[in-house]
Every structure is written in structure tokens, then in C-alpha cells.
Design a protein around this ligand. Structure first.
Ligand code: F0G
Length: 435
């Protein structure tokens, strides 16, 4: 069983550098952070997490974006585009439709490459520089590859990405391609790509920047810090719950780390920690299965399928960090259908916020848990939307209304408008399908 408790008075072990070291969550072994390249514990193979000799409070944060939180990060600054400072949208119509006290949407699609991955990469690529590597690599359902390619390009490093063939949204491949990554399409799913890239990393071929890399999660924990600060500024309290899509469970692990550190700093009361609530697609829901069955780790799903290709993942590598996060915070996990995801994507878009399908899973999950009564009407909820609508233009066009062809004259346009105006209704969609 993973031990994620932070010590009350942390003392840097001999292996620490600048008050930072890597701690194995399974056997407790401490590793030097930057002497050599490691991703998992050399003694037992367990997951590692970055540990610090002090936990800064909110009043020590200053500046903008991810690096505002550098007192809680391994470096003062990193390779930046810049990232973070994403909006925490109010959603009044969705809030009253779903029926919660406050509904806010933290739109991570507003990061420079259009997803939360940028927060992890600004830190991860900085670490790569520290380790003096020359090639970066990741497996990806798309967004990690887009972010890694951009940050790799920024740092002047080669980038190699392994993608599941035919299962990555168009916008994401276009990004990796234009930023100059070497793109390998593997005849297999994301989990197979990750197995290969881990092998390559173990053989010293490249520096791995998937969320198995503990420094990625350090950057991503700033999502939680931004939510806590912004929600408190507006409401004078912290949100009751954060609902998020889950793939490899990196964000779930990162948010839990954020909360543990803020509790350790004394600035977040244990009773005020938001309940972490994970949402997966029905066709790729090993975390939901593990929560429902009380498992210590997930069972690997070999066959996964969902319209939300970003979270089409059957073997969430961060489950040992994330499952305790869901349980200890009093959260839960729920699976939603592709139809529920698309409905939520439309509802979010109907309030002007454009997100990709995986992101909409968070709102679909909230809706479902509210309907079942597991979430009450008095809760303050933040849904995390992880990627921008333009990442997956095909899914957006499919979910939206179809363009209507008209002849090239004002008269034809007026006649068309006066006649059949069902472009957003069923007729419009049927017309789109028939074309
Ligand atoms: N939402 C989006 C848009 C994602 O791209 C991902 C993961 C997730 C949610 C799940 O986050 O892994 O932290 O639980 N995408 C990875 C990728 C796997 O390769 O881009 P997680």
C-alpha cells in the first residue's frame, strides 16, 4: 500500500539537492533528484514523488502562471511559453440546470498548446536541461505530444513521440508535426506506446516525459493551487469538490499532492480539502472499477474505446498515487457514456466555452452524480476541462450543427433563412448527415 503521508517536520536527506529529493511512495527509499536519470524506485520499482524540506504557504506565492508557485517547485524558473493563469469560468446556466451552489469551470484548454500538459512540461523540460539530455520522448493520446513538441522546440531539444495509430485527434498531430517532433504511429493503443517508450527510456535512448516522470506532476499541481486561490478570492472559502477527467491519473495524483502540501503548510485545514472526483469513459474505466471494487491498484483493460480519445487508456500508471487521493479526500469515481460526454460538450459550448470531448467528461460525470444524489445541491464544484475544442475539430463538428449550403446571392440567403431554419435542430443535423 502506497504511503503518501508527508512528514510534519521534513528534513532533507543526504541525497537532496537544494532541498529537493525523490521519495519512493512504496518502500520509502530516498533518491538524489538530478544525479542521474530515474523514473521509478531503483530498490522496488515503486512510483517516485518529489519531496521538499519545507512547505510554503499561500503568502509565499508571487508573480504569474506556473512559476508564481516556484516556492513549491524544484526550480525558480523553467522553459516557458508561458503557461498557467487559466480562467475559472462561471457557468450560470449549467449551474442551475445541474443544480449545485456554485459551478466553476477551470479551463486548462487556455494554456499555450491548448491543454494542461504545458504545466507539466515547463517543469519537466527544465529538469531535462538540468540532466543534460538531448532527446525527449513520450507516448501520447495527443496532448502530451503536442506540449512536449512545443517545449522541446523552445528548449532546442529533439523530440520523439509515439502515438496510437488512427486514434489521435487532428489538432494534436498537427501541433506535434509543426513543432518538429519525430512522430511514430504504433499499431496499438496508448498503453502499448507507453510500454515501448518506457523501454526506450530504460535503454537510455531518450528522456521520458510522460506523467510517470514525477517532475511533470510538480508542474501540474499548480492547477490545484490556482483553483484554491481563485475560488477563495471570489467566495471566501475553498471548493467542496473538484471533478476531473481521468486517463493516466496524473492530474488526480498531482491535485492530491497539492492538497497534501497545502495541509502540511498549515494554510488548508484537513476538513477543507476538496473531494477529488474522477470521471472516465465507460469504454476505458479501470480507475472507476478500482474505486468501486476497493482495489489497491487498477486492473489493466486491454480493449479500450471512447470518443474521448485523450482518455482512451486502460492502464493508468499513476493509480497508486491517485486512488488514495480519491479515497482520502472523500471523493468518488464515475463512468459516463460517449453520448453523455457529447451532450456535456454541447452544454459547455452553449455557454461560450469550447472544450474537447475528454474535458467534457468532467461535466458529464458531475451531472450523473448529481442526478444519482451522490453530489448534493449545496456543493461548490469546480470541473476541470483539460483541453481546447480545437484539439479535436472532427468531434466538435460532429457534436455541433451542420453548415447549410446556400446559393451565392442575398436573395437566396434570405429565402433560406425564411424557410427552413432548423440548422441547430434535428433537421439540420439530418441535412448534414445526408450531404
Ligand atoms: N484530458 C485530456 C484532454 C488529456 O489529454 C488527458 C491525458 C487527460 C484528460 C487525462 O489526464 O492522464 O492526468 O489522468 N492525456 C495524455 C496524453 C494521456 O497523452 O495527452 P491524466
Amino acid at each position: 500500500m502506497a504511503d503518501l503521508a508527508l512528514p510534519d517536520n521534513p528534513e532533507a536527506p543526504d541525497v537532496a539537492a537544494n532541498g529537493v529529493w525523490l521519495h519512493c511512495i512504496e518502500c520509502g527509499h530516498e533518491h538524489p533528484p538530478f544525479d542521474g536519470i530515474i523514473y521509478t524506485c531503483e530498490s522496488c520499482g515503486g512510483l517516485l514523488e518529489a519531496r521538499y524540506d519545507r512547505y510554503p504557504g499561500f503568502d509565499e506565492f508571487d508573480g504569474n502562471g506556473v512559476w508564481r508557485y516556484n516556492a513549491a517547485l524544484p526550480f525558480e524558473e523553467g522553459v516557458t511559453l508561458p503557461e498557467g493563469d487559466t480562467p475559472l469560468h462561471r457557468m450560470p446556466r449549467l449551474e442551475s440546470e445541474i443544480g449545485v451552489r456554485n459551478l466553476r469551470i477551470k479551463h486548462e484548454g487556455m494554456n499555450p498548446t491548448g491543454s494542461f500538459k504545458d504545466r507539466g512540461m515547463t517543469v519537466g523540460v527544465r529538469v531535462a536541461e538540468e540532466l543534460d539530455v538531448d532527446r525527449l520522448a513520450c507516448a501520447s493520446t495527443g496532448n502530451t505530444s503536442a506540449a512536449l513538441s512545443a517545449y522541446g522546440a523552445r528548449a532546442g531539444l529533439q523530440t520523439l513521440v509515439l502515438l496510437p495509430a488512427g486514434k489521435v485527434a487532428a489538432g494534436k498531430i498537427a501541433q506535434a508535426s509543426l513543432h518538429g517532433a519525430r512522430i511514430l504511429e504504433v499499431d496499438g493503443n496508448f498503453d502499448a506506446c507507453l510500454d515501448i517508450v518506457q523501454d526506450l527510456a530504460d535503454r537510455g535512448e531518450a528522456y521520458l516525459l510522460n506523467s510517470l516522470n514525477p517532475f511533470r506532476l510538480e508542474g501540474q499541481k499548480t492547477i490545484g493551487l490556482e483553483i484554491l486561490e481563485a475560488f477563495y478570492d471570489d467566495h471566501g472559502r475553498f471548493p467542496d469538490r473538484i471533478v476531473l477527467p481521468v486517463g493516466n491519473a496524473g492530474n488526480t495524483a498531482a491535485l492530491y499532492k497539492c492538497f497534501r502540501e497545502m495541509v502540511a503548510s498549515g494554510d488548508l485545514a484537513p476538513g477543507d480539502v476538496p473531494k477529488l472526483t474522477g470521471v472516465q469513459a465507460e469504454g476505458a474505466a479501470p480507475m472507476v472499477e478500482a474505486i468501486e471494487e476497493g482495489l489497491e491498484d487498477t486492473r489493466r483493460w486491454e480493449d479500450v474505446e471512447t470518443i474521448a480519445t485523450a482518455i482512451r487508456i486502460g492502464n493508468p500508471v499513476n493509480a497508486p498515487k491517485a486512488l488514495p487521493g480519491v479515497r482520502e479526500t472523500g471523493g468518488t469515481a464515475v463512468a459516463v457514456s460517449d453520448e453523455e460526454i457529447t451532450d456535456a460538450q454541447r452544454a459547455i459550448a452553449g455557454e461560450g466555452v469550447g472544450v474537447e470531448p475528454a474535458s467534457a467528461a468532467s461535466v458529464a460525470g458531475l451531472r450523473k452524480l448529481r442526478e444519482s444524489g451522490e453530489i448534493g445541491s449545496g456543493e461548490d464544484v469546480v470541473c476541470l476541462t483539460t483541453g481546447h475544442l480545437l484539439k479535436d475539430p472532427d468531434a466538435a463538428a460532429e457534436a455541433g450543427s451542420a453548415p447549410e449550403p446556400v446559393e451565392n446571392s442575398t436573395e437566396s440567403v434570405l429565402a433560406h433563412l425564411a424557410g427552413e431554419t432548423a440548422s441547430t435542430g434535428l433537421l439540420g443535423r439530418l441535412a448534414g448527415l445526408l450531404r
